[in-house]
Design a protein around this ligand. Sequence first.
Ligand code: HZT
Ligand code: MN
Ligand code: MN
Length: 425
Amino acid sequence: MAITDKFQEDIPDVVEVEDHDENEEAEEGAPDVTGTGGDGKKKKKKKKTKKKKPVGLVQTDPPRIGLSKFFPDGHYPVGEIQEYTDDNAYRTTSEEKRYQERMILEDPEETYDNIRRAAEVHRLVRRHARQWIKPGMSMTSIAETIEEGTRTLVEENGLESGIGFPTGLSLNNCAAHYSPNAGDTLVLSHGDVLKVDFGVHVKGRILDSAFTLTWEPTYNKLLEAVKASTNAGIRAAGIDVRLGDVGAAIQEVMESYEVEVGSKMIPVKSIENLSGHSIGPYQIHGGKSVLLVKNRDQTKMEEGEYYAIETFGSTGRGTVIEEGDCSHYAKIFDGPTNPPLRLTSAKSLLKTINKNFGTLPFCRRYLDRIGESKYLLALNHLVSQGVVQDYLPLCDIRGSMTAQFEHTILLRPTVKEVVSRGDDY
Ligand code: HZT
Ligand code: MN
Ligand code: MN
């Protein structure tokens, strides 16, 4: 089946909900707030042509209606607002800062509506994913279903909007950057700790957010520790805050937890060599890293920056190493524009990457679906020539468990916005 066909199937005509009679009546006459019929007397209703009056559009299950249908004015929900404190408390009401923000909102490239649209897609896709991800499913089917949801809701359109980076589905001791490659037969198990890390972008504004799923209660405390640490990191973040201080805030909360595994108490550790990061347009790693442990990095967060605040807790060493087959790749953002390449296949593959992904991360499955085959030699050549970066799976020691929670935040001139916040995490 052609890929485009697959996405067209069973898309219903616009699903519209009509006003109920009661509501129509309420609009005509006195409002019936309680919905009980008020004084009990039914008001005389004028006989008028009954028109279907659409008042709402309801998303399908699975979600298949592009988000713009629900937000025809192009404005998307605002994330969680956190006010700045201390030296920055003035920002919330400052006339100058408020003016700056109005200017940003009017600029189609800079407007927060781009990242907010990506965030709303993320919330809808993950709400759906939580419902259907179950032990027994193949990792490939999980990844593909998430990606199909993202492509549809964000109304994928070349490099204008689409997937922000490959779906991470790392299990157990593996913390990050596992996604199935073609032929991977791995199936989710009941005892697994699954990190679901996926990205959505609109005009290059990348929404990076992740959560952890388990089906046995053993690791509930681990998940709680990591969720609380991510929230502590978000609270600590702010304009002029030192990156090292955010790491300290994360570690303090993380390492106040322990997990009982088979009558043994195991301390939760912050993974010391993973980090959150700033995010630039079409640039998943904007150049600043936010470690998960106390450190002496004096670099400050700045006004206008976007950050992925992500934390990882582990019952193991608290250190990850590269392990297993690579799935994730991205062009090096500041890499050479016209690199001298001996292999014709590498030149051709680079053209394909430029056209389809630009500097956004991609995985081997994305190359497969656009019709590339036998590209591994060429891809490895691009890596060895410093054009493409490979991101191998990152894992702690065998037998350990790791968890992750991640949000994208904006350091707006007036307030901090946790743009990916949902009712789930
Ligand atoms: C790399 C490749 C991707 C960025 C963090 C991350 C998933 O570990 C500086 C700090 C997607 C993202 C990234 F395909 N990485 N967030 N979500 N992975 S990272 C990094 O390489 S670079 C952290
Ligand atoms: Mn992520
Ligand atoms: Mn990230």
